[in-house]
Design a protein around this ligand. Structure first.
Ligand code: ATP
Ligand code: MG
Length: 419
């Protein structure tokens, strides 16, 4: 038997309503905040991610699905959503359009990682990007949107962590302080951290290795090194969150996994799903668009991992809404009645009523059994006497009560039931 590739998952028919629930919440909150959806290709030129995600990141160094296509081009399956959206934004001249541009996407992403709970090789993200505003208002609105999304979904077991990682003016001084701190520990940190020590010491704070994590705890904190502008910006974000009653923790060890961040970074973290606790992460990336060849355009955004959200919801008993069930199952007893059942089903469906009927030439008993299995609220039976009398026998499956409903009143009857 051919089996599913490691690190990927099927969404089974009994599970898809959960995905739809999350996706509907994502779309609804995006709409309320006046965002527009964008869709970009599943694969891009590898160069986009090398430059857009950054060549000191785990994603680019270890995790990308990269291959040569038949035309010898280096192609990569998108490991995240931002780089593609930024490319689209530049390529279509949107940097000179109406700003700020507030965009969202729901996309699969691919990373060659060690699969475990909450860590897959193909996973899905709901992401948001605001282009054009350098103001703390944009950061605060992005965070508020993420917060509202999680609240709408029904998740409250998450903690919002925020930090500022400075800019090109203040980060160099902090990087020096970090190097001074880490130099005596270089023998203890993991080989990857040793490599990143020179190029991007900030990354060392983010390492998941136990020893590195311990050492990071006593490292100097970036918030002590922020320049006036970054300090002011960070204060602005916090004041807006305070004004909206959003609680958060300032966590100087949040630096985020991608290279392009500056100023605000944030994560929503849960303790209910083990070590893969970050369900949503984001921040400001004012240099990304410029690095990719666009005119300088400040930006801020986030991405939430849908698999991790589903895991968190399952582990904490959050409801996914009701699994939709058919309103009515039309059961025909003989050949003529079956045709009538088929036709009534069509009329009901045309009127927005969820209706089903038999395809398997089953006995009436077996049809009832099937209707029970799919959870139909009503079963409408049609036989020769019903055909003659112009009605059907409608049984309420919950109460077992039966009533006669004329064919020409079927739509009204079930419309009422749906309320
Ligand atoms: P982590 O530190 O857990 O590896 P990350 O910093 O690599 O996360 P981002 O690149 O910020 O993650 O991606 C945004 C979100 O996408 C994460 O917060 C997480 O919810 C989700 N995510 C990232 N990688 C995976 C994966 N391999 N499988 C499932 N979800 C993922
Ligand atoms: Mg990662």
């Amino acid at each position: 038997m051919i089996t599913i590739p490691k690190g990927t998952k099927d969404v089974l028919p009994g599970e898809s309503y959960r995905w739809q629930y999350l996706e509907e919440k994502a779309r609804a909150v995006s709409k309320r905040y006046c965002l527009k959806e964008v869709r970009t290709p599943t694969f891009e030129h590898t160069e986009l991610f090398n430059r857009g995600v950054g060549d000191t990141t785990d994603i680019v160094n270890k995790e990308m699905y990269t291959f040569l296509d038949k035309g010898d081009r280096s192609i990569t399956l998108k490991p995240e959503g931002t780089a593609g959206v930024a490319r689209m934004f530049i390529e279509n001249g949107l940097t000179g359009g109406v700003l700020p541009a507030k965009l969202y996407y729901i996309t699969p992403a691919f990373r060659y990682e060690r699969p475990q709970a909450g860590r897959l090789r193909e996973f899905h993200q709901f992401g948001v990007e605001f282009f054009g505003s350098p103001s703390p208002d944009a950061d605060a609105e992005v965070i508020m949107l993420a917060n509202d999304f999680l609240k709408d979904v029904g998740i409250d077991e998450v903690e919002l962590n925020i930090n500022s990682i400075g800019c090109k003016h203040c980060r160099p001084k902090y990087n020096e302080a970090l190097r001074d701190y880490y130099r005596p520990h270089l023998g203890e940190v993991c080989p990857t951290c040793r490599e990143r020590f020179e190029k991007n010491p900030l990354r060392l704070l983010d390492c998941k290795e136990e020893t590195c994590h311990e050492i990071a705890k006593n490292a100097p904190v970036i918030t002590d090194y922020l320049c006036e502008e970054c300090e002011r910006h960070f204060k602005g974000v916090r004041e807006l969150l305070d004004a909206c009653g959003i609680s958060y923790k300032i966590n100087p060890n949040i630096v985020r996994g991608l290279d392009y961040y500056s100023k605000t970074v944030f994560e929503f973290v849960s303790t209910a799903i083990g070590s893969q606790g970050t369900v949503c992460g984001g921040g400001r990336y004012d240099t990304l668009i410029e690095n990719l060849g666009g005119s300088p355009t400040p930006a801020v955004g986030f991405a939430a991992g849908l698999e991790r959200l589903i895991l968190l919801m399952q582990n904490t008993g959050v409801s996914f809404g009701e699994e939709p069930v058919p309103e009515v199952y039309l059961a025909g007893m003989d050949e003529l009645s079956r045709k009538k059942a088929f036709a009534v089903a069509k009329t009901l469906r045309e009127n927005g009523i969820v209706a089903d009927t038999d395809h398997m030439n089953r006995s009436i008993k077996a049809q009832f059994k099937y209707a029970g299995k799919i959870g139909a609220k009503f079963v409408a039976t049609i036989g020769s006497s019903e055909l003659e009398g112009g009605f059907m026998n409608v049984k309420n499956m919950a109460t077992s009560e039966s009533v006669k409903v004329p064919f020409d009143e079927a739509v009204t009857y079930f419309k009422k039931g749906e309320k």
